[in-house]
Design a protein around this ligand. Sequence first.
Ligand code: PGA
Length: 252
Amino acid sequence: MPKPLLAGNWKLHCLSAEAAALAGEIAKGCEDLQDRQVMVAPTFTSLAAVAGVLRGSKVALGAQDVYWEDTGAFTGEVSAPMLVDAGCSFVIVGHSERREYFEETDYTVAKKIAASYRSGLSQILCVGETLDQREAGETMKVIEKQLRHGIVELPAPGLESLVVAYEPVWAIGTGRTATPEQAEEVHARLREILCTLMDPDKADAVRILYGGSVKPDNVDELMACPNVNGALVGGASLKPDDFLRIVHYEES
Ligand code: PGA
């Protein structure tokens, strides 16, 4: 069983002092953790402040996006070596908000995943269907395409540091969570696909996170699903009590 990962995506929230304070509360509440890993992803401008607070704690630092070239004339971008330099060990790639609002495509996702791997970051590749796609019965087709296309540039050993996050778009920020059955059905399919790409023992060790309105009152049942190895949490990760309850989900 892979070590579960509970990850907070702070999106476009918190000035750096607020982010540092939030990180401090989370780090304090995670001191007792043994069997699970925690990560928080603030905005780029808060990375340095949060890195300082998290140093020596049990909470890892992640970024919400990355550019695929290491350096060059790419105004406004931040590269994988820069994220490592800022203290990151994770990066979220292909979040549905980036796909929807910022023209992220499977092509750019693949480049970002490969660049992150080259710099030693663990990549969290987000996949997930829209409500229309679900209602049209296209969920499995959509997530398979996003997964397979997202890793086309990743060398085979890179699959071992990959984290996949299944985030149904209709569940993000809506308060509408996938049922444990819906989540498990997709996670099991993602696992099957991973098994076609790598040694099945290694595929079993890849963490597949669920994301989409994860809250203190639904995390236990989601984490009880055999193929759910963690959570990617948006709104609730900004509330220390809620996020710490999620991190301390109860094993059934
Ligand atoms: P949410 O966001 O928990 O607020 O639904 C999840 C995500 O976007 O990763």
